[in-house]
Design a protein around this ligand. Structure first.
Ligand SMILES: C[S@@+](CC[C@H](N)C(=O)[O-])C[C@H]1O[C@@H](n2cnc3c(N)ncnc32)[C@H](O)[C@@H]1O
Length: 267
């Protein structure tokens, strides 16, 4: 995340360890952007090279450094540098943009700068959903990333519950809510171990394997509506097959740059 004196991202200095370590979560350093942990791997991102600090951490915590990399911000995220965009009535921008915006956010290094086709499908379908049906009783943002979907629904006035397995996503989502003076309930954890889903609307912009796992959990279908995305046209057959005996119908299908999203409605 951006903290003074840093006003924007220029270059990422990246150190990836074979496995994560709980102490890395609370690491304090003025040049630290964040600590990412997913699938057992731990990754530190800095604004500057940190060889000395990394050598100390490797010694102290018995870490194995697997990758070190330097990536200009312009090449991060498939070169989708965050820029202002609009959804419904809201003008949304990264926090370094000058001007007046309804929502600002720090994209950090996590997924969710807003203009990826799958995110934009979920945002557009969300806005249409709100126009047609009003505010749902509780919205789940499953795999919240930067919290961009959480911000959108919280701004509309919804009670939002956000979940992510990556501790950095949790920190970034909290910070982005603070930046906009908004509130949501946030949990760090694995969606596959989640006991229950209440509320009326689930947003799930995930990857195919995780969607298929969630479909096996009958409680995933408790809420009346789902906006799902994160799969390509080539993966649709498998998604549709997995949904065939579930208590939902595909009410709307949106396709963008080979990515697909559905609005599912309970039957
Ligand atoms: C494609 S990103 C979506 C981010 C944001 N919601 C958006 O639409 O732009 C998927 C998110 O799911 C999270 N994720 C992946 N596996 C997960 C799991 N098993 N449990 C919880 N979150 C998970 C990732 O950390 C990532 O932030």
């Amino acid at each position: 995340m951006l903290r003074p004196p840093y006003q924007r991202y220029e270059t990422f200095y990246i150190y990836a360890f074979k496995s994560g370590h709980p102490e890395l979560r609370d690491l304090e350093d003025p040049d630290l952007i964040g600590y990412w942990e997913e699938d057992g791997i731990g990754v530190l991102f800095f604004h500057k090279p940190k060889e000395e600090l990394i050598a100390q951490l490797v010694n102290k915590l018995n870490l194995i450094l697997e990758i070190r990399d330097i990536i200009p911000y312009s090449q991060w995220n498939e070169r989708r540098t965050p820029k202002p965009f609009e959804v419904g009535p809201f003008k949304i921008a990264p926090l370094w943009e000058e001007g007046v915006y309804d929502l600002i956010f720090d994209p950090s290094v996590v997924f969710g700068e807003g203009t990826h086709p799958t995110t934009s499908i979920v945002l557009d379908v969300s806005w249409d959903f709100y126009k047609e049906r009003g505010l749902p009783q509780g919205v789940w943002d499953l795999g919240c990333g930067s919290g961009i979907l959480t911000l959108f629904w919280a701004k509309l006035g919804a009670k939002v519950f956000s979940v992510d397995i990556n501790p950095l996503c949790i920190k970034v989502t909290k910070r982005n809510l603070e930046l906009n003076n908004l509130k949501a309930t946030i949990w760090e954890g694995d969606l596959r171990k989640f006991p229950s889903f209440d509320g009326e609307l689930i947003l799930a912009n995930l990857y195919k394997g995780l969607l298929l796992d969630l479909f096996k959990n009958p409680r995933f279908f408790n809420p009346k509506y789902h906006i799902i995305s994160g799969f390509t046209i080539g993966m649709e057959e498998e998604i549709i097959h997995a949904l065939r005996d579930k208590p939902v119908k595909i009410e709307r299908r949106v396709e963008r740059d080979n990515w697909v999203g559905y609005l599912l409605c309970q039957i």
